[in-house]
Design a protein around this ligand. Structure first.
Ligand SMILES: [Zn+2]
Length: 276
């Protein structure tokens, strides 16, 4: 009989994860308790750094030399953050080429960025946004913290210690400040995020709604609210692809309704939570 290997889950801590697959030489596990999927052991820091330095996925946009307007995903997160009372200090962690920050800057708020990529950081600074680089810890933001809002778009699935990362975000937020974030929805009916090959997209974690709620709670956040978007709200897709996505969405929504909401139909999972 094949030995059933288990591993402890980095989010709920229970030893209830079983080996899901081994893509590109990395073991990917699925927790039976909080439905979190994760890579373990994790690749070395050097492996990840080399990946992001070489990858075209994570430097695209630089050639355009312009900031694009906020995408649909950004607008969803902005609306989850609620109506601002006065001018806010906003930090976008993993700001990329500044689409989301541009909105805040143009509306009279103070926009701050954190970026891993040198190319993005240079680009943002050239466009008048202060960009932090280096190890993501509360010390880095001394002098400018606390912030009223922290955004984290498609970041958490890439970081080795998501709870620690969220903890830093909470440490730089004022009391009552909010974090607004998105991750790929692990349980999306039509495209399970954990089915993607690790070699093409190094996601160390794949969050279920349950595991994301647990991670936010362990990092000290409260009043967690979720939203789902049925299509990839970060992509501007071509006509044929967007028609296919629309068709798939209608199909998914019918299934969602027919199953009394039990079937998961969100491409992206959005969350907003408060620093109590
Ligand atoms: Zn778990």
């Amino acid at each position: 009989m094949m030995e059933l290997k288990t591993e402890s889950c980095p989010i709920c801590g229970k030893t209830s994860a079983y080996l899901q697959k081994n893509d590109s030489g990395f073991d990917e596990w699925m927790c039976q308790f909080c439905h979190h999927a994760f890579v373990w052991p994790q690749p070395t820091e050097k492996y990840l750094k080399d990946y992001y330095d070489k990858s075209v996925n994570y430097v695209k946009g630089a050639a355009q030399e312009k900031i694009e307007p906020p995408k649909r995903a950004h607008r969803i997160l902005i609306s989850m953050a609620g109506k601002p009372q006065g001018a806010l200090k906003v930090l976008d962690v993993g700001a990329g080429f500044g689409s989301l920050l541009l909105y805040w800057k143009e509306n009279g708020h103070c926009a701050f960025a954190y970026e891993y990529s040198n190319r993005c950081a240079e680009f943002l600074q050239k466009h008048g946004m202060k960009c932090f680089q280096g190890e993501f810890g509360a010390k880095l933001f001394e002098g400018d913290a606390p912030f009223d809002l922290v955004f984290m778009c498609e970041v958490l699935e890439h970081v080795p210690d998501p709870i620690g990362y969220l903890g830093t975000a909470r440490a730089v937020l004022r009391k009552g400040g909010k974090i607004c974030l998105s991750v790929p929805n692990k349980d999306f009916l039509l495209m399970k995020s954990y089915n993607a090959s690790f070699a093409n997209n190094p996601h160390l974690s794949h969050f279920s709604q349950q595991s994301l709620a647990l991670a936010l709670g362990k990092a000290g956040f409260e009043n967690v609210k979720f939203a789902l978007a049925s299509s990839d709200t970060y992509q501007n897709t071509g006509l044929v692809k967007s028609a296919a996505i629309t068709g798939a969405n209608i199909f998914a929504k019918v299934l969602h309704a027919a199953s009394c909401g039990k079937i998961n139909t969100g491409f992206q999972l959005f969350a907003c939570a408060e620093n109590p």
